[in-house]
Design a protein around this ligand. Structure first.
Ligand code: NAI
Length: 393
C-alpha cells in the first residue's frame, strides 16, 4: 500500500517508520530539506541500535529503510491511498496543504491529520471532499506507543472511518475511537493528573517530591506528575492545558496553573533545559519526599477521584466507550489500570463521596461530580459487569 506522510519532524518520522515496518511504500515529504536528511539519519541510528540489540535483522532493517522515500515535492504523493499530515500545529498551514493535495490525489485517497489540538471538522471543512477526512492521532514516540486515537469528523464517511481504522490496526497498533472534542480521549482525561497535582502543591498541602512519591508508591503510576511534566516539557504541557481550557469555553475544570505558566516563562522547561520542577544538573540532589502514608494516600485519593470524574464525564458525553477510555489511558499514558475499572474497584459511592467532599470544601465547579457517577450511584450500577471488572483489576 502507498502511504504519504507530510512533515518529517518528530511525529512524521515516527509514523513513517511504523508504516514502513508494516511493509507500506512510504513517501515522506517536508518543505525543509534538512528535516528530511535528519529524519533519514535518525532512522538509520534507530535501526543500528535495534540491530545491536538483536531486535531486528540487518536485512529487515534495510528493507524497512528502503520502504521510505524522502521527497521534496508534494505532488510525488499523488498515488497515495492514505496521506497523514504531521506538520506544524497551525490550522491555516494545514488547511492549505489539504486543499493543495486534493487538486492531484485520487478521489478515494484518505486524508488524515495527526493534530493534537485542532478540531477535525474544521480541517475537513477545508477539503472539497470532507467525507474522506479523518483524525489519526499517534503518541510520541510513534513506533513505541501502541495506542492510536481514530477521530472521525462529523463529515467523515463510515467507509473512511472503517478503512482508516483497519489500516492502522494492520500496522500493529491498538486503536480507540474518539469523538471530535478537545483533547480527544487522552489529552482530556489526563488533565487532572497534572492540574490537581499542581493545585495540591499551590495550596501548600505537599511539596513536589512528596506528591510524586505518593503517586508512584501508593498510586502505582510509573512517573509522578511533576516528573512527567518535566519529561514532557513545561512549555508543551502548559500549552496543551491552555488549549484544552480555551477549547472547552473556559470551563474552570481545565484552568491552567500559574505555577506551570511561570515555569514555562522562566525557561524551566524540564529535562530538556536541565531544570524544571527538579534540577537535572550533574551535581544536583533530588529532594527527599515526606514519606507520610496518610498524607500520601490523601494525595492519591484526590487526584485519582478527579481523574475518574474526568473519565466518567467523557463517557457521559459519549467521547468514547468505557473500554476505549480505559484502553487509551492504560496504553497512551501507561496508567496502572483503566480509570473506570478503578472506579468500580473503589466503589462508585467512594468516588462520589470524595468529589462531593472536595466540592463542599471549595465550592468550585471544578469539583462538581459527573452526573453519570451520581446516576450510577443511585442505580447501584458499575462501569463493567462484575466479572469483567474483577478481571481488569
Ligand atoms: P515537528 O516540529 O517535530 O515537525 C514538523 C515538521 O513539519 C517540520 O519538519 C517542518 O519542517 C514540517 N513542515 C512545516 N510546515 C510544513 C508544510 N507546509 N509542508 C510540509 N512540511 C512542513 O512537529 P511534531 O512534534 O512532529 O508535530 C507534528 C504534528 O503532530 C502536530 O500537529 C502536533 O500537534 C502533532 N502531535 C505531536 C505530538 C508530539 O508529542 N510531538 C504527539 C501527537 C501529535
Amino acid at each position: 500500500m502507498k502511504v504519504g506522510i507530510i512533515g518529517a519532524g518528530t511525529m512524521g518520522s515516527g509514523i513513517a517508520q511504523v508504516a514502513a515496518s508494516a511493509n507500506c511504500q512510504v513517501l515522506l515529504f517536508d518543505t525543509q530539506p534538512e528535516a528530511l536528511v535528519k529524519s533519514q539519519q535518525k532512522l538509520a541510528k534507530i535501526m543500528n541500535r535495534l540491530i545491536e540489540k538483536g531486535r531486528i535483522t540487518p536485512m529487515a532493517a534495510s528493507t524497512l529503510q528502503a520502504n521510505i522515500e524522502y521527497v521534496n515535492s508534494l505532488e510525488t504523493l499523488a498515488d497515495s491511498e492514505l496521506i497523514i499530515e504531521a506538520i506544524v500545529e497551525d490550522p491555516a498551514v494545514k488547511k492549505k496543504v489539504f486543499s493543495t493535495l486534493e487538486s492531484f490525489v485520487s478521489t478515494d485517497c484518505i486524508l488524515a491529520s495527526n493534530t493534537s489540538s485542532l478540531s477535525i471538522a474544521s480541517l475537513a471543512a477545508a477539503c472539497q471532499q470532507p467525507e474522506r477526512f479523518i483524525g489519526i492521532h499517534f503518541f510520541n514516540p510513534a513506533p513505541l506507543m501502541k495506542l492510536v486515537e481514530i477521530i472521525p469528523a462529523v463529515q467523515t464517511s463510515n467507509t473512511v472511518k472503517n478503512k482508516a481504522r483497519a489500516i492502522i490496526v494492520g500496522w500493529g497498533k491498538l486503536t480507540v475511537l474518539a469523538k471530535d472534542t478537545p483533547g480527544f480521549i487522552v489529552n482530556r482525561v489526563a488533565r487532572p493528573f497534572y492540574g490537581e497535582a499542581l493545585r495540591i502543591y499551590d495550596e501548600g498541602i505537599a511539596d513536589i517530591a512528596t506528591i510524586d512519591w505518593a503517586m508512584k508508591t501508593i498510586g502505582g503510576f510509573r512517573m509522578g506528575p511533576f516528573e512527567l511534566m518535566d519529561f514532557i516539557g513545561n512549555d508543551i504541557n502548559y500549552t496543551v492545558t491552555e488549549t484544552v481550557f480555551k477549547a472547552f469555553f473556559y470551563d474552570p475544570r481545565y484552568r491552567p496553573s500559574f505555577t506551570q505558566k511561570r515555569m514555562a516563562e522562566a525557561g524551566y522547561l524540564g529535562r530538556k533545559s536541565g531544570r524544571g520542577y527538579y534540577d537535572y544538573s550533574e551535581d544536583s540532589k533530588k529532594p527527599n519526599p515526606v514519606e507520610d502514608q496518610r498524607l500520601g494516600q490523601a494525595i492519591v485519593d484526590r487526584i485519582v477521584a478527579m481523574l475518574i470524574n474526568e473519565a466518567a464525564d467523557a463517557l457521559h458525553y459519549r467521547v468514547a466507550s468505557a473500554v476505549d477510555i480505559d484502553t487509551a489511558m492504560a496504553k497512551g499514558v501507561n496508567y496502572p489500570k483503566g480509570l473506570l475499572a478503578w472506579a468500580d474497584k473503589m466503589g462508585i459511592c467512594t468516588c462520589v463521596e470524595r468529589l462531593d467532599a472536595l466540592f463542599e470544601e471549595y465550592h468550585e465547579t471544578r469539583y462538581r461530580c459527573s452526573p453519570l457517577l451520581r446516576k450510577m450511584l443511585k442505580n447501584g450500577a458499575t462501569f463493567y459487569p462484575e466479572k469483567v471488572s474483577n478481571k481488569n483489576n
